[in-house]
Design a protein around this ligand. Structure first.
Ligand SMILES: Cc1cc2nc3c(=O)[nH]c(=O)nc-3n(C[C@H](O)[C@H](O)[C@H](O)COP(=O)(O)OP(=O)(O)OC[C@H]3O[C@@H](n4cnc5c(N)ncnc54)[C@H](O)[C@@H]3O)c2cc1C
Length: 495
């Protein structure tokens, strides 16, 4: 029985599912991610019901909590060159998407045990930011912390991103943070006992215009000042780094061999496990519904499982932060913007760096499992919490990818999905105290780069919270900067 295969595409056994359950990953979405079942060619068609039956039989979940995972297009593995033929009208915004609604979680998934009546720190959002901060607080000795997550771990952008980690930024603050994060990532497996599959194959940024090429050139000087070995490369040298790359319409590129990619999910699990080991409560399927405020302080956080009295609240709800902030009368300037992404069937290793055309936002890399993972922003995408996948995206992406790497036209797309960037007016995060409500700390607005910033930002924020020592990061990126007009825009944004 222990060896009986439940998902033949991804080699998942019944015991793998039991192992996931033993680690607390009991719902279908979490088991899918923790074991990999349903992520292969059949997309769950031959294994979803078997996993559901096993979860019910093992009493891991109540029968009405056994709900299928969100289906991902395309229905069948489909070649990129075929997808590229779907017509796209670039003059109109994208409409719709699959699924049409933002995930609603079955109430049967809500844990039945009571929440603690009080905690020193309540963190709203169990994405990379909330979990990394909770872990770092616990590491600094503060374990009276509760993380509240409305869905499963990985439900937000942290479970939907491309896993790119790069030091190639346009402003000193982000270069420094990313550099520190990548250093911390190197020690993550040792510290947290989980493999995040960090692969430092570099990032190759391509420029189509002289203006963008000049930006890359300016960045090289900045990066080198911080000890980041970025260099400007000619189109020919770029083709040596990525054989088969056409560099069509590109005039220059920059390359930092120390950038790379990671696999996002184990990162979240590693932090969550680290939190729990240190006594921090990480409460999934727990939705924050409101606040009790008096004397200019938040006294209680109200959830669908009851209230928690607290000294400090951290808002780390990613693209949902503005709507949560509104519950306490705080206006944030962030806007959610859908970004779509896809993954292909696995190929033998052929692609070293993550490659990006800065002008169009196209990016693609090869994961450690061999898949091409990539995305491209859509300038017509309206603001809004939309996480649906469109044919328009795969078509635009396939065309742009095949322009640079024509030989992948026959490769099949297995899965596409979407998440929301949490976009601020200057593409920089919102951190630190909230004017007028200073026990509400902000930790949002990470646009398309929160994953790679999280280890360093969380480390600094925990230190700042635990010691009360001043740190210019929390002044520089304070919400106040928008009303005071002291903003420095980050423009190395892709996706
Ligand atoms: C397609 C895509 C590609 C990306 N690629 C990269 C990349 O290559 N590299 C990189 O560094 N970054 C990338 N990003 C950005 C990165 O994923 C985010 O910046 C980062 O994950 C944000 O983390 P977070 O914890 O702030 O937000 P999230 O991960 O979204 O977490 C917020 C959590 O808050 C929860 N929540 C919301 N409302 C409530 C409530 N009322 N009560 C309780 N919980 C609530 C949500 O369910 C969610 O899980 C990408 C993003 C997308 C969408």
């Amino acid at each position: 029985m222990s060896k009986s295969l439940i998902c033949s595409c991804e080699d998942v056994t019944a015991d793998d599912v039991r192992h996931a359950v033993s680690r607390g990953y009991c719902d279908v979405e979490s088991v899918k991610r923790y074991t990999g079942f349903g992520t292969g060619i059949c997309q769950g068609k031959s294994c979803l019901s078997a996993v559901a039956a096993l979860l019910e039989k093992e009493k891991a979940l109540a029968p009405d909590a056994v709900v299928p995972f969100t289906p991902r297009p395309p229905l069948y593995p489909t070649e990129l060159r075929l997808l590229a033929t779907a017509p796209v009208d670039e003059s109109v915004p994208p409409v719709g998407g699959v699924p049409q609604e933002v995930e609603v979680f079955a109430s049967a998934l809500r844990p039945t045990e009571p929440l603690p009546a009080k905690a020193k720190v309540v963190i709203i959002g169990g994405g990379i930011m909330g979990l990394a901060l909770a872990y770092n607080l616990a590491r600094a000795g503060e374990t009276d912390v509760v993380v509240l997550e409305r869905g499963y771990l990985c439900a937000g952008a942290s479970g939907r991103n491309g896993g790119g980690v790069r030091m190639q930024w346009g402003t000193p603050a982000l270069v420094e943070l990313a550099k520190r994060s990548i250093d911390l990532m190197k020690g993550f497996a040792r510290e947290l006992g989980i493999n995040v599959w960090l692969r430092q194959g570099g990032y190759l940024f391509m420029a189509r215009t002289e203006a963008v090429a000049r930006k890359l050139e300016r960045n090289v000087t900045l990066h080198n000042r911080f000890g980041v070995p970025t260099r400007l490369v000619t189109p020919d040298a770029a083709r040596d780094i990525v054989p088969g790359l056409t560099m069509k319409n590109c005039v220059a590129a920059s390359f930092n061999p120390e950038d790379g990619v990671i696999f996002p999910w184990p990162f979240l699990w590693g932090y969550a496990q680290g939190c729990r080991k240190k006594g921090v409560r990480v409460e999934t399927y727990t939705d924050v519904k409101g606040f009790e405020v008096s004397g200019g302080q938040i006294r209680k956080v109200k959830t669908d499982r009851g209230d928690i009295a607290c000294d400090t609240v951290v808002l780390a709800a990613g693209a949902w932060s503005p709507e949560v902030a509104k519950l306490v009368g705080v206006q944030l300037p962030n806007e959610p913007h859908r970004h779509e992404i896809l993954s292909t069937e696995p190929l033998k290793p052929f692609l070293g760096p993550l490659v990006s055309v800065l002008d169009s936002g196209l990016y693609f890399s090869q994961s450690m499992r061999g898949e091409i993972v990539g995305g491209m922003g859509d300038p017509k995408e309206p603001a809004g919490l939309n996480m649906g996948s469109t044919l328009r995206f795969v078509s635009r992406f396939a065309q742009a990818l095949m322009e640079q790497l024509p030989q992948v036209g026959h490769v099949k797309v297995l899965r596409q999905w979407a998440g929301c960037y949490d976009v601020t007016p200057d593409n920089n995060p919102i951190l630190g105290r909230t004017p007028g409500l200073d026990n509400l700390l902000q930790m949002s607005g990470f646009v398309g780069h929160g994953f790679m910033m999280a280890p360093a930002v969380a480390e600094r924020m925990a230190q700042w919270m635990a010691t009360g020592e001043s740190d210019e990061l929390f002044t520089r990126f304070n919400l106040r900067r928008f009303s005071e007009g002291s903003i420095e825009r980050e423009d190395m944004i892709i996706g």
